[in-house]
Structures are given as C-alpha cells and as structure tokens.
Design a protein around this ligand. Structure first.
Ligand code: PEP
Ligand code: MG
Length: 919
C-alpha cells in the first residue's frame, strides 16, 4: 500500500496537503491568514490576521473557520480531525501566551467570539474570560495581586457562560448582582470590591446549579468546547436569522469562531476598553471618533450599560496609549483605504488592538467619506464608487424637519446624534408594539432604555429609535445607522418606565401613543408631531435649492458622475406623468423605460370619461368617449416627451383589465340596494344598475390572466388607435417646435408574435395617417414587452416584428413562479423563515428561474434581430442585485422609479466593475 502510484503522478498529493485546513493561527507578528480570507476567517478573523502580519499589538489566538460552523449545524458535532486541529492550535496559543489553560499558577484566559464574513453587530454570542474556575481565579488574584479584578472577571465569565451556553436568562444573574449591590449600598458595578464580587460569583454559581441542574463547569477544555459550540449555534438564533433576512446574508455561510488570549481593560484605573471609527460614521466628517470606559470589559461599551466617555478624553488620562491608538488607526485606514471601525483594550497602559474592519456608516456619511478619500488621494474615483452601497443613497433622500417648524418647538431634551434623519411618530416602548402599531398603519418612535439585538424587527419598522443610555457605538446607534433609521441615543434625562409605558423628562410625562419627534443629526428631542421636509437633494432636484448651496448635493452629484463614467447600462425611469419625468431627468435618467398610460386615466376628471368608454354599448359610443380622452393623453405625452428632450420614451398601450376603472362590485351592490330602499325614483339608480351589470359582465375569475394587455388592444382596436394618435400628434407638435423626440410604442403581455403583428399594423397605420395630417415625419419604434413566459420562449419569432424588447419582470416573475404578485404576502414570510426563499422574488430577481428565461429570450431575440435593443422595466430595474444580473446578460438599459434612478446609476457602475453586491 505504501507506494501506490508514482510519486511523480501529478494528481497524487500527500495526505497532509489533501487535508483541509480549518484552524488558522495568529500571533507573534505572523498569521496563517490575511485580509483576503473573509470567507474562511470571517471579518474579525481576517482583520486580526492582517493586523498581526502588520506587526500591530494583537493578542495571539486562532480562528476556527466558518465552514466548521456549517458542519456543526448540520451534524451537531465537530469531526475528530478538526478537534485535533483545535487542540494543536490551543497548544500553540499557550506557548505564544506563556500561560496554560486551566493552570492555577499561570492561567491562560481566552475570549471566544463570533465573526462572520458580513458583520452582524451583536446578533451572535461572545464569551470572555474563559478558562477561569475556582483555582484559576485564585491564581489570577495571586499573580496580579488584584482580588477585585480576578473576581470581576470570574463573575462576568460565569454570567456570560451561564447565559450564552447554558441558556439561563440574564435577568437571573442581574437579580443576584443587584442584590449584592443593594446589600453594600453600591450604585455602580465599579463600587463593588473583591470580596463583594466573590459573593457575586458564589451566587451566580448557585443560579447555574439551580437553573441548569449542574454545577458550573470547572474544566477549561470542556468550557472551551461548550462555548465554541454555543457560538456556532448562535448563528441560527432567531435574531441572527432575522438580521440575515433583512440584509440578505445567506444562511449557509456560517460564522467563524475566534479564540484569543484575553487582555484586560478591567484591571483598574490604568486600564480601559473602547471602540471607535477613524471618521465619524454618522456625518462622514474627518474626525477621530469613538468612546471608551475606564476599568471595564469590551461588552460594557456596546451594551450601553454605562455611558462611555468620548475618545478625545483618553488623550488626557492616558496620553501615550491615545497617541499610539491614533497612529495605528491612521495606518489602518491608509492600509485598508477605507474608514476603519476598531476595538481596543488598554491593560495597565499598554494598548492592544482587538478588531479592525470597514466601518458601517450612514448613506450620508458614505458619500462624504468616498468623496473625501478621493480628494485626499487615498483612493481613485473608481474605488470610491465601490465604497458606497447603492441602497444607502435612499437615506440621502429621506425627509428632514422643516427648520421653521422645528425651531418653534422647545427641545425637551437632547441625546447623542447617532443616526441622521427626522423621526416623528407615536411613542411605543417595546419592539413588539412597534411591529403591531405599524401594521395598524401608525408611525412609531421606539423608545427604550437601551436596545438589544432582539429588538431588531421593531427597530426596522420604526420611524426612529430613541434610547436613554448607551453611546454612539451602542447597539441602537450601530443598527440605526446601518438601517438608515434616525436614532438618538444616550438621552440620559429620560426616565423610562417600560412597564407602565411612559417616560418623564424634565417634569413632563409622555405616555404610549403620544407623539414625539427627534432630529438624528442634532440629537434634539421634542414632544410634538412635527412636519418634515424634503432633503437637500430633493430640494435641489425640485429646483427650490441652489445646488451650489448644498455640499451634500455636490458630493452626491460628483459620485454619480463618476459612476456614469464606468457604467455600461443605460438608466431610464418609469414615469407616467410629466412631473415624474422631470424629477427622473434631474436624477440622471436619460429616457423613460415605461410610461403606464392607464395611470393617466386616473387624472382629474378623467375617470368618468374612461367609464363611459367601458360602458359603451357600441363601437361608435366607445369612439366618442375615446375622442374626449385623446387630447388629455396627448397633453401628457407632450409633457413627458418634452421633459426627456430627445431621449427615448417608451409608452405602453393600455394594460390592466377594464374592471379596474369601475367601482367595486360589492360597493355598487350596496349602493343599488340602498337607493332601491331609500330613493327608488332616483335618476342615479338606473346608471348604477347599468354599471353593476357591466361590472358583472367584466368579472373574471383570474383577471391577471384574463382580458388585459395586448388582448384589450386586439378586442378594442380603437383604444390602440386613440393612444397611437395621441402619441404621434404630441411628437409631431414637439418636432414642429424644434424639440427632439424619440417615442417607442410598446405592446404589453405579448405571448405570440401574431398578437404583436396585429397591433403593430394598427399602430403603423394610424401613425402614418397622423404624420400625413400634420405634414411631419417622426421616427418611432414599435416593440414588445416580454412578460409572458411564452413571449420569452418564442423571442426569436417575436423579434421579427418587435423593434425592441422590454422585460416586464413583475409579470414574468408572477407567471414563471406562479406566485400572484398581489397575494405572495400571505406566505412569503413563512417561505423565508423556512429558507425556501431567500428574498422576495418580486424585489430581487430570481436569477435561476426567471433569469434563465430572460437569458434565453435575449439570446433568441438578438439572434433573430442582431443589435435588438433590450431593457427591463419591472421593479427589479432599481434593485442593485438584479442590476448585476442585467449587466451580465447584456441588457441595454434598466428602468426604475424616479427616486431609485441614483441607486440604479451607482449599482450599474458597480455591476460593470463586476463587484458582487455586499462583498
Ligand atoms: C411588469 O409586469 O414587469 C411591468 C412592468 O408591468 P406592470 O407592472 O404594469 O404589470
Ligand atoms: Mg406587466
């Protein structure tokens, strides 16, 4: 067996090379991994490896790869080979640390921390001070001569372990802690001495025995295994899953686990722990930003238990450590060429770096930082494009308060401005209430002493989040910024009684349901409902603010200008009315990809005419009503074509089933019954009865698959004629006025080339007549929507008639999946919870199914008509992930709602640069 196969055989590998590596060491200036290995090491592990390699002061440790998490969650155990690999690395760590896990004389203590590829702040679990037991705590006390420190560390460990691993509610421990504090008349945890903390540990151990039915585990290797597995399990906890659902993070990538030698920020007044950013993550300003706590451990800062001090004050208390921290973080920012979010601990004035990663930031800050980094020549414009999440641009367009209204109301209090934006709504005190009230259509502001990761859903639905404790990096602040929800945190004057559902502030009481408002940029909180106002960007777009007076508009414009340089896809807008087309143009849309003409039918005074058209008994009557509609439609087309100034405007012929323009059947029945009883002579009664009769005639069991789209044009060609005439007359008129026009007439819901041929003949005939009448020749195209699967499957035939294609991915998704676009809400959530669907397919394109059909349609269409112009006008046209797909399949343009045009421009540039969304 020993020498099977030749040693030279190219396929033969040594057993060692074949075994996969699952554990990566870092320490003493050298790491097995590096920054490019986030898939294996997670963000934290990759950052620790990179910092170690750069010679920064990082305590040694090792990272267990994310893939092990997936194995564990599948098999509920870790294979023996990986256990051995962990043991080897533990030995290596003990050597590097010069201490031994479980030793009574010189115990090694470690942290066990989660860290996935995408940061999920606070969603998963962490355990600090692992390795402590009764002997090691005594050993630590002897070695450091610091009883308080030893037992403070031990009590933290028992609590974290008890809560995370043994799943004992935190309150059980907090209750005991408060009991000891009360007994000693202490108000802060730092007021307790070593003896008191020893008592806390004893009480905690009692809690463990009572609640877990077993003593607190004293064997450190067992502690490590249990903690590691608990961290892996926390990947699947409900809040982490909810977070992944919101941020579209795949469930199967798992989290890495970092086991790292502890350094202590809680050894006394010369120690501290803190977090920070190299620039302000809320405003983007270039300022060193963060906070710290003296004599504390990392979790205290983010948990919002004590309000930390601003980082500038560190310069006063520990100038050397502060200077070193500034130097290191500046180097890190230059190295990564992006804002860094870092964690550090100072142990007896010695600085250690515990984390660095790209800092999460608001959309506002993202634009400021990207443009600043280019100005500072740290990055190129191309790199700047990749630094901004397209979706976050929506925050720049969010509402602000009207300054005059805002000034009128006195501030009730002020907190830390953690996430910008104007929030106004009714106060609720729990995340669950936030969800319930919002479902009832009430805007809410979530007020909490501090938020926890369990509050994530409630935070997501709220207008804003207001907390009484916590700093700029507390959970509420971090998550608020990331979600783009306004947040004010650490408003210490609030006295919140969450049980009684009220708070008081400076003598005023606010109850659940009362309105409050706050400004996430200034931190001011007011007890009132305050009207909001469009953002600066929207004001510039609306022409009410001079762009030169808005710094943020100029940066926004610059960034999008860079994006335009790199994108291949054109960006158009879905605009039904002239004012929408104007906004879209101002946002940079060059063309309209979809004008839903029927939306014009809902314009003022038009519905009765449309109803007359539908109720007509003869073609002649129908034509009469259509003649009335024609000038109104012409006027709209005139406005849209003018706003687009020569850029193509795709106008779709009528699409929805006609009953949508009539009152609802049930309402009419009630109305008729009421009149029959109360006023049988009423002249309105006959009309209502006729209407009801027509509604009943038009009733369809499945209107989405019924008499709509091209089928309407075929059965009532006079509608197609009227719409064609309105378009061509508007175009002729503009041409006479010297304005360039490029109308594209689009036939919806085509599944068979013969349908298109029928309608194209009508359009061409009427266009020709109209142009002759006006003595003007205009260029126009006639094309087809591709939104019925059969249309895509026979795209080769359809392209012989169609001069362009536009994928209607709303209907195409509906008909490919067979999910009703109006009813998917009933089961979508359950599908997502069961991981049957990751995303709503009506928001983000299902590339495997619907995408395959699109790909096929593009290939066949272009084969039949080389150079065929193809776009997309479904909702997916404004979704960054879908835009990546449209880039790949070589569409010519995407079309989306006017407000999403900036998002699409940026996403199209990122897609052209081939960067995966979220990477
Ligand atoms: C579509 O189906 O994608 C489309 C754009 O048309 P509508 O949404 O109007 O059906
Ligand atoms: Mg459609």
């Amino acid at each position: 067996m020993a020498k099977r196969g030749s040693a030279k055989s190219p396929t033969r590998k040594t057993p060692k090379a074949r075994a996969r590596k699952y554990v990566y060491f870092f320490g003493k200036g050298k790491a097995d991994g590096n920054r490019s290995m986030k898939d294996q090491l997670g963000g934290k592990g990759a950052g620790l490896a990179e910092m170690t390699n750069a010679g920064l002061p990082v305590p040694p440790g090792f990272t267990i790869a994310s893939q092990v998490c997936s194995i564990y969650n599948r098999q509920a155990r870790i294979p023996a080979a990986i256990e051995r690999e962990i043991d080897e690395h533990l030995k290596r760590l003990e050597k590097a640390a010069g201490a031994t896990l479980g030793s009574a004389d010189n115990p090694l203590l470690v942290s066990v921390r989660s860290g996935a590829k995408f940061s999920m702040p606070g969603m998963m679990d962490t355990i600090l001070n692992l390795g402590l037991n009764d002997d090691a705590a005594e050993g630590l006390k002897r070695r450091t001569g610091n009883e308080r420190f030893a037992y403070d560390s031990y009590r933290r460990f028992v609590q974290m372990f008890g809560n995370v691993v043994l799943e004992i509610p935190k309150e059980e421990f907090e209750h005991e802690f408060e009991g000891v504090k009360k007994g000693r008349r202490a108000s802060l945890d730092t007021d307790l001495d070593g003896r008191a903390l020893r008592e806390v540990v004893d009480r905690y151990k009692g809690v463990v025995q009572r609640r877990a039915g077993r003593p607190f585990p004293q064997e450190p290797r067992e502690q490590l295994t249990m903690a590691r597995d608990a961290v892996f399990r926390s990947w699947m906890n409900p809040r982490a899953r909810e977070y992944r659902r919101i941020y579209h993070i795949p469930d199967d990538i798992g989290t890495a686990v970092n086991v790292q030698m502890m350094v202590f920020g809680n050894t006394g007044e010369r120690s501290a722990t803190g977090v920070g950013f190299t620039r302000n993550p809320a405003s983007g300003k270039k300022e060193f930003y963060g906070e710290f706590l003296i004599n504390a451990q990392g979790e205290d800062v983010v948990a919002g238990i004590r309000t930390p001090q601003p980082i500038r004050q560190l310069a006063e208390v520990m100038p050397n450590a502060y200077k070193q921290l500034r130097d290191i973080t500046t180097r890190l920012e230059r190295h990564y060429r992006d804002v860094q979010d870092f964690e550090f601990t100072i142990q007896d004035e010695q600085l250690f770096m515990l984390q660095t990663r790209s800092g999460k930031r608001t959309g506002y800050a993202a634009v400021v930082i990207a443009t600043d980094l280019v100005a500072e020549k740290l990055i190129t414009p191309k790199e700047a494009i990749l630094l901004v999440d397209p979706e976050s641009l929506i925050q720049l367009m969010a509402l602000g308060f009207d300054p005059d209204e805002w000034r009128k109301i006195p501030a009730a209090t002020r907190g830390l401005p953690a996430s910008p934006g104007a929030a106004s709504g009714q106060v609720v005190f729990s995340a669950d209430d936030a969800v319930i009230w919002t479902q009832r259509g009430q805007p809410v502001v979530l007020v909490r002493r501090e938020t926890t990761p369990d509050d994530i859903r409630g935070m997501f639905v709220s207008q804003g989040i207001l907390t009484a404790t916590g700093g700029m990096t507390s959970h509420a602040a971090v998550v608020g910024r990331q979600m783009g929800r306004p947040a004010v945190v650490g408003a210490g004057e609030l006295e919140i009684d969450e049980r009684a559902k009220r708070f008081t502030v400076n003598g005023k009481t606010v109850k659940e349901g009362d309105f409050i408002s706050f400004d996430g940029l200034s931190g001011e909180v007011k007890i009132a409902r305050v009207a909001s106002k469009p953002s600066e960007i929207l004001q510039v777009v609306a022409g009410t603010l001079d762009p030169k007076r808005s710094d943020i508009y100029q940066r926004f414009d610059k960034l999008l200008g860079w994006a335009d340089r790199y994108r291949r896809l054109e960006v158009r807008a879905n605009a039904d009315l002239p004012d929408q087309a104007e906004i879209a143009h101002a946002f940079g849309a060059r063309g309209v990809g979809l004008c839903r003409t029927e939306h014009m039918f809902f314009g003022e005074g038009r519905i009765p005419i449309v109803q007359r058209m539908i109720l007509a008994n003869s073609e002649a009557d129908r034509r009469k009503a259509l003649d009335e509609l024609m000038p109104l439609q012409r006027q709209d087309f005139y406005g849209i074509l003018k706003a687009m100034n020569g850029a193509p405007v795709t106008i779709r012929m009528i699409d929805p089933p006609l009953h949508e323009f009539l009152p609802r059947r049930e309402e009419l029945m009630v109305e008729v019954a009421r009149l029959e009883i109360t006023d049988p002579q009423s002249p309105a009664l006959a009309g209502k009865r006729r209407m009801l009769q027509r509604v009943e005639q038009l009733h369809e069991f499945n209107p989405m698959l019924g008499h709509r789209g091209v089928r309407l044009g075929i059965t009532y060609p006079e509608i197609t004629e009227m719409q064609t005439r309105a378009i061509v007359e508007a175009a002729c008129q503009l041409t006479k006025e010297g304005v360039k026009v490029a109308p594209e007439i689009m036939i919806p819901l085509v599944g068979d080339v013969r349908e298109l041929r029928d309608q194209k003949a009508v359009v061409d005939r009427v266009a020709d007549e109209t142009m002759k009448q006006h003595g003007v020749r205009i260029k126009y195209l006639v094309g087809s929507m591709i939104e019925v699967p059969r249309g895509a499957l026979t795209a080769g035939q359809i392209a012989t008639e169609a001069q362009f294609f536009s994928f209607g991915t709303n209907d195409l998704t509906q008909m490919t999946y067979g999910f009703s676009r109006d009813d998917i809400g009933k089961f979508l959530r359950i599908y997502q919870e069961r991981s049957i669907l990751d995303r709503d397919p009506f928001t983000t394109l299902d590339t495997d199914g619907v995408g395959a059909i699109i790909r096929f349609g593009v290939e066949r269409g272009r084969k039949a008509r080389p150079g065929l112009k193809i776009g997309i006008c479904g909702e997916h046209g404004g979704d960054p992930a879908s835009i990546h797909f449209f880039e790949q399949v070589g569409l010519d343009y995407v079309s989306c709602s006017p407000y999403r045009v900036p998002i699409a421009r940026l996403a199209a540039a990122q897609a052209a640069l081939s960067v995966k969304v979220g990477d």
